[in-house]
Design a protein around this ligand. Sequence first.
Ligand SMILES: [Zn+2]
Ligand SMILES: [Zn+2]
Length: 939
Amino acid sequence: MFFIGIFVHLVFLFSIFDIYFKSPIVNNAVTYQPLHEPPADRLVLFVVDGLRAESFVNYTTMPYLRHVANNHGRWGISHTRVPTESRPGHVAIIAGFYEDPSAIAKGWKENPVDFDSVFNQSKYTWSWGTYDIVEIFTKGAVKNNIFVEKFDPYDQSFSSDKNTTLLDDWVFTKVKSFFLKAQHDNDLREKLQSKKIVFFLHLLGTDTSGHTHKPKTKNFLTTIKFVDENIKEIEQIIKDFYNDDGKTTFLMTSDHGMTDWGSHGTGDDDETKTPYVLWGAGVQTVQDNLKQLDPETVSMLLEHRYDINQADLTPLMSSFLSIPVPVNSVGQLPSGLLQMSLPNKAKAIYSNCRQMISQYNKKRLDVEASAISVLYQPFEPFDGKKVQEIISFTEKLLQDEQYEKVVKLSEEIMHLSLSGLNYYHNYYQKPLLFTVTLSFIGWIMCLLKFLIEQKMFAQTEMTRNKNYNLISTSKTADVIIKVFSVFASILLSLMIQVQGLPVQYHIYFLMPIFLWMYALTPVNLWIQTLYLLKNRRRIYLLGIEILCYTLGSMALGLALTHRWVLSVPLLGMGLWPFFAASIQSLPKWVWFAWPFGCVSLSIFSFMSVIGKDTYIELVVSAGIIWLLIHSLFIWRFLLSNSADQDAMRELIISIIQIFTLAASLQAIYVQSKRFEDHLPVSQTLQSMCWIISVLLPLIPLLYTKKFINRLLGINTAILNFYLLLSVAHEGLFMVTMILNVNCWMFIEFKLINLSNIKIDECTFEEDNSKREKHLACIDRSVSSQDFRRAFFFTLYIILAYFGTGNIASLNSFEIRWVLCFTTSFRPFIMTTLILLKTLSPFLSVACSFRAIQYLTKAPSGCLNIVVLIYSNIMGLHMLYHVRNTGSWLEIGTSISQYIIVQLITLFIVLINQIAKVLTEVEIHNSILTKLFKNRKKYV
Ligand SMILES: [Zn+2]
Ligand SMILES: [Zn+2]
């Protein structure tokens, strides 16, 4: 069962990559040789890495390029897509498609797939830049026509005193010496004289400068000024080399933008808007009589502006050189930028159109070739017959020289092809989602069956009650289900084979069948269960319960993305005792305290994510509240029976804990104030915090095993550590949660109605009498109450993790958070501390849950299975919310949340083990006995 579970969850985990993350690249599509005359013989492409549009249009620091854009050239905004990273940006410019996040599944550094590019189609390409960019385009090239000169930007020689112009200087110097060398090198000069050639300069300096100095600073502006001057110089060198023959086109653009704080990756306007400037041969110039200024910019001419999408640059560059548009491109030629005669322009657009048809058609044929004809559903608006018709129709139009019609029709066909591509790209997504969903439900049914089997085993007398007629029918049903499953799996297997789908599809399609077969047989079990339920309780109540838990689990799943949703199950939880039958046994104060606690907890889910702002006063007040609670406890419980030796010890430890907490609060406050006043933080206080944190986990072990005493010790220790790492309201959240969890424990205790025992007499000790009986009688079977307990536990676990939005704090390093421990930037220590802080609320919840398990004598294995059921419902919900668009961070977060849900049970088992140690180990006994023994020896 355990290994099946692991296997099933692994399949669930990997299925998302086949469902959502597939490469959009079509292999082996036919290129189309364009018919128009090239307006240029060569193209020079400057990619100024990380230059955002704002830096170009709102500052006058790039005077030369601005002059070009406003006079004989064109400029505009090139809209990129997320993720705004260097690699996808360059792929969009040079290969014309927006790289799919499938790269995640296939590794980051390596080229995930071979694809066509402008460089690949050119006669020769020379490129200079960092190795990780220029090498993207050499791998797919088979013709050996791409020459690269690369450098490692992480090399020591570039890092000297943060001068980021060194990186660009390297590129410019290499290009200059390249053209010098060409004057003496005959072989090279011959190559340079050929047509359809490309020069590519990748300028990383701006990106590095933006990261280190931020885009609005003087340092950054110096870097782009340097780039501007050198582009002017390179243009002159190239013009001189070719004797000003007017056959060179220049293009300056950028792969992505940058935020004000020097980052990129997400979809901010600053990140997705990049500038481009186009000038030279074949560029449509503007007769600007009006000289109208663009109001969005600082003195840029509006008539020269022409906004495009980033991928459109690919067909644009191809058209200047009259080379085939790279087959994987989805860009549409911005024909307004081309200065050509109508026939030439029409032919250029037609070339772009044929490339898209070719790509679409290949994709269509790929799917069609393997699909079974009965089941196959073609893309109606543009099926095989229509493709042929349209090609011959446009060819005829070209022959008849009806160029205007060609332009119009081509543009329509391109739109059609793009939607067709999209259709076939996701062709298998729906069936896959369907089967994985079936598997999820099947697996949940299997888990339920497992629970029912245990229950049946515990209540053997029920199974005796046999109806022979029924048993024979159910046996026939079993046989039918099994035969049907075998038949269905053979059929499906054959179908997958015939369609030539990848091997893992067998698993996706066959798994639901096996899971359902296992879950449904023997049918008798389910019939018996239904009987039982029918006799015992009203069915509709059960229906409501199932509905509540399902909706609740889905809400928990939703909460991973929208934190406020957590408040819905929390409010439900607050109302719960009022529906419980034995509410009368609860003391009156609980009637108010419990709903109040739940509501306060839900308020935290509306608050902003911690980490951005600091309110140290909130942290300190949380500590003070806890100090009061702790003192109250001492006064109420410990002082009253201090005659006892154990109680005396507990009293002393409690007081020690109070002093430690007070000292920690003092440290938190002092350090924070010093940091704010820019004074050096105290080293002594830091070492004190380290000592306290090391001792903290040991202190609770000195308590006796009495529930409330031990729990108080544990919670004070956990809270103490947590506060040392807090910066804002999360301390208050922790206090509220601890109180709420313990209130829950109290309610559970009251509900089981043990009138003869008081809660302060219950201990974590296992009953000896029960242990002896253990062999004979099986554990108490699962009841509907356990479903509720498991749900509450799951809710608390999710709450402990997302209640204050902790996930964000894991991947950012803020010195502020670890002020009490270190002030130097040490990522490993910082991550460990933050991780421990994130884990500590779980521990608190898990310890109280153990107490509840002890009180209710719930079988813990079964509870874990119930938790697994809930996490599967959550997982099913998450399956439909995996994101495959957006920045790497957003995609990564959505994948990791899916993984978290998949692994949650494993995690709970782990946390329970730690909780077990904290609640059950006693060190004072062992220490005392050792001391005692030692003394005996010496005597
Ligand atoms: Zn970049
Ligand atoms: Zn960057």
